[in-house]
Design a protein around this ligand. Structure first.
Ligand code: FES
Length: 101
């Protein structure tokens, strides 16, 4: 199992390796919208990975391209519908600048 901590709420969940960040968020009771249904077409699932980024699945080119459209994109940005948890612990921050937040 890997532990995922969601900031700023601090909610934490233990998930199996291979779990998508959006699924971990749901399990933790954290709102992380997946407007396109998780097909890498919207960026509402954009997160910053503050720790453990190296343990996540590699960034496919399609995700990298899409990320450039996300508000507040940083070097540690990932799309929650593409990034899968590995075997290490991860700290994820949900950007707070979305409409409706
Ligand atoms: S849910 Fe749309 S890009 Fe991730």
């Amino acid at each position: 199992m890997a532990r995922v901590v969601f900031q700023p709420s601090g909610r934490t969940v233990d998930v199996a390796p291979g779990t998508l960040i959006i699924d971990a968020a749901e399990a933790a009771g954290v709102e992380l919208p997946a407007n396109c249904g998780g097909v890498c077409a919207c960026t509402t699932c954009h997160v910053w990975v503050e720790a453990g980024a190296e343990t996540l699945s590699a960034i496919p080119e399609r995700e990298d391209d899409k990320l450039q459209e996300a508000a507040g994109v940083r070097a540690d940005s990932r799309l929650g519908c593409q990034a899968r948890v590995g075997t290490g612990d991860v700290v994820v921050r949900i950007p707070g600048n979305r409409t409706g937040h």
